[in-house]
Write a protein that binds this ligand. Structure first.
Ligand code: NAP
Length: 330
């Protein structure tokens, strides 16, 4: 009797263990399957699927692309490549002489109409926004590229950062973003057509210590893009927070391209050829990341280790690469 009981108990226990193993195996298999499918989708997105045709946003039909921070780096490439796609270009940036040179180059190369407006976004000058509104009022706006941004000069502890630098980042990266977008939307909404490319940053996804205000401003851009992306989706306006990793430019202070750090030209080409495709950024709605090596890195970051791991990884990287070389303020 006792032998029978303990045999039954053993049998029951082993059945429970078998059932538990089966449940965990199924959960594990589903987890691996979902990650595998997500990875396959990344490959198809980046290497197979074509993006939306820019004609949907008025290319070649007299529509305008408004590009902020257009006189250099990534913004300059957006202006050039959107002109090559036959948008007329309104370029807005700080240095008038650089804008004039770009305007001449675009007009002679691509035979499209151009307008330019020089303003310093750090000033938050009402007159500038009013002038910009007057210019945009006359245009059929198909695309807005919110590209202008400013950053900390060097990695700096938040409590030691200059108030002026903090003010400038908020004024350019957040206030300017909101004001220009509202102006452009006033022209897009009546037509139920538009593309808003928000030039985001990986530091808006992974909070970046010692570049905290810039990182926070790009996190704002990311969350806000998702919110207005959902609001505007049914109105024919596509919003994309383009999760940008390192690109050769004055802001990145990187001069030499590599597998992970492209020149602005190929980088912007990869964005404009894949509009509407999330690539490595499928973790968030209304986000995209389609430059192949960046897409892979972004996918790995959002699909593997924990968020606190990546924040600490960034912290260690900045401490090792900048602080220890004495490149940070005391
Ligand atoms: N490069 C990267 O590795 C990287 C990585 C992630 C995200 N991003 C994002 O990409 C965007 C473009 O960056 P970038 O690297 O191309 O920068 P960039 O080469 O330094 O160009 C910045 C552009 O913005 C203009 N600008 C800067 N401050 C301004 C102000 N206060 N008022 C008006 N215009 C101003 C500059 O005008 P001037 O010609 O007068 O200087 C220039 O045209 C930014 O949103 C940045 O956050 C870049």
């Amino acid at each position: 009797m006792t032998l029978n009981n303990s045999f039954l108990q053993l049998l029951q226990e082993s059945q429970i263990i078998t059932a538990a193993v089966a449940v965990f195996t199924i959960i594990g298999a589903l987890f691996i399957l979902s990650k595998t499918l997500s990875f396959l989708k990344l490959i198809v997105d980046v290497f197979v699927l074509p993006g939306k045709d820019l004609k949907e946003f008025g290319a070649g039909q007299g529509a305008w692309a408004v590009v902020t921070g257009a006189s250099d780096g990534i913004g300059r490439e957006y202006a050039m490549q959107l002109a090559a796609a036959k948008f007329n270009i309104l370029m807005v940036s700080r240095t008038a002489s650089k804008l004039k040179a770009l305007r001449d180059e675009i007009e002679s190369k691509y035979k499209v109409d151009t307008r330019m407006y020089a303003m310093d976004f750090t000033k938050g000058d009402r007159m500038d926004y009013s002038n910009l509104r007057d210019i945009i009022e006359e245009l059929d706006v198909g695309v807005l590229v919110n590209n202008v941004a400013t950053n900390h000069e060097i990695p700096t502890p938040f409590y030691l950062e200059d108030d002026e630098i903090i003010h400038n980042i908020v004024e350019v990266n957040i206030a300017g973003l909101l004001k220009v977008t509202k102006i452009a939307l006033s022209k897009m909404l009546p037509k139920n057509r538009g593309l808003i490319i928000n030039v985001g940053s990986f530091s808006g996804t992974i909070p970046t210590p010692y570049l905290s205000v810039y990182s926070g401003s790009k996190a704002f851009m990311n969350a806000w893009s998702q919110a207005i992306g959902a609001e505007l989706n049914s109105k024919g306006i596509l919003v994309e927070n383009v999760n940008t990793y390192f690109v050769v430019s004055a802001m990145s202070k990187i001069r030499k391209p590599s597998l992970l750090i492209p020149l602005p030209g190929p980088y912007v080409k990869s964005v404009l050829s894949k509009i509407g495709i999330p690539g490595g950024a499928s973790y968030y709605p209304f986000n995209s990341n389609t430059y192949p090596s960046h897409a892979l890195v972004n996918w790995l970051i959002t699909n593997t280790l924990s968020w606190s791991f990546w924040v600490n990884y960034t912290l260690e990287g900045i401490i090792n690469e900048t602080f220890e070389q004495g490149r940070v303020r005391p």
